[in-house]
Design a binder for this molecule. Sequence first.
Ligand SMILES: C[S@@+](CC[C@H](N)C(=O)[O-])C[C@H]1O[C@@H](n2cnc3c(N)ncnc32)[C@H](O)[C@@H]1O
Length: 264
Amino acid sequence: MSLRRASVRRLTERQGNLMTTQQSLDGIAISLDQANDRACSSEYYLLRYRWRVLMPRLRGPRILELGCAEGEMTKFLAKQFPEVVAVDGSALLLERARKDVHANNVVFQQALFEEFVPDGKFSSIVVACVLEHVQDPIAFLRRCKEWLAPKGRIYIMVPNAYALNRRVGKAMGMLKRLDELHERDLRLGHQRVYSRQTLAADIESAGLEAAHWDGILLKPLSDAQVQNWDPALLDAFFEVGKELPEWCTEIYVECQAPIVAKGR
Ligand SMILES: C[S@@+](CC[C@H](N)C(=O)[O-])C[C@H]1O[C@@H](n2cnc3c(N)ncnc32)[C@H](O)[C@@H]1O
């Protein structure tokens, strides 16, 4: 293991061993800034593809966005729905979001997900690239379930261990296993990458049921390699990815509380 990789791993193990704190989340945001990694920023190219998959499926009127980071998705949500509550544990990222999002139908709230207590129920809860960060994803999903209005849904996006880009990385010897955390995963604070099977198991253990699966963006190479591609080329990969959701870079799933048949 290289020295750099070993030190990132030590940093992440330290973060993982402690309870998540505002400081550890701010620390991740700062180390991303230092590495010029835009993954939690408003400029992240994948956001537009997450939104294309999510937008037609969301249901209003009241949306909870968990892990809003700098608030780019929040802007999209605020244009479409009358009420948005956006939560993040990082004071640094929330400060940027508050400066950048000018919408009077958004309430920003700084809280750790493990401690957040909402003031009511939501028709949609957006959990975009968050589950891979939390220490106990099943407990987190159980809490989200309690916040759903009747017929409400939770919209989840996570990195896909079986994505084409990871398969290519493994074939090049950069990963030993597809579900291994690589250096960038560790820098981002990822605690795991998911397959459909592991995500389905977490959803079921949380007492939820998956209602719709999809994939977000087929891409052959890493973010650093594709993010400056001509948008028309990325759009073409997005279109082709619709036919290969299990090879896309992120897994998308909507879940809901189990529907209990009348009379039972
Ligand atoms: C990868 S970013 C997600 C960004 C955004 N949802 C998107 O689609 O681009 C993960 C966000 O979750 C926040 N986060 C991670 N763990 C958290 C926790 N336990 N409590 C509160 N916020 C947390 C981080 O601060 C970060 O802003």
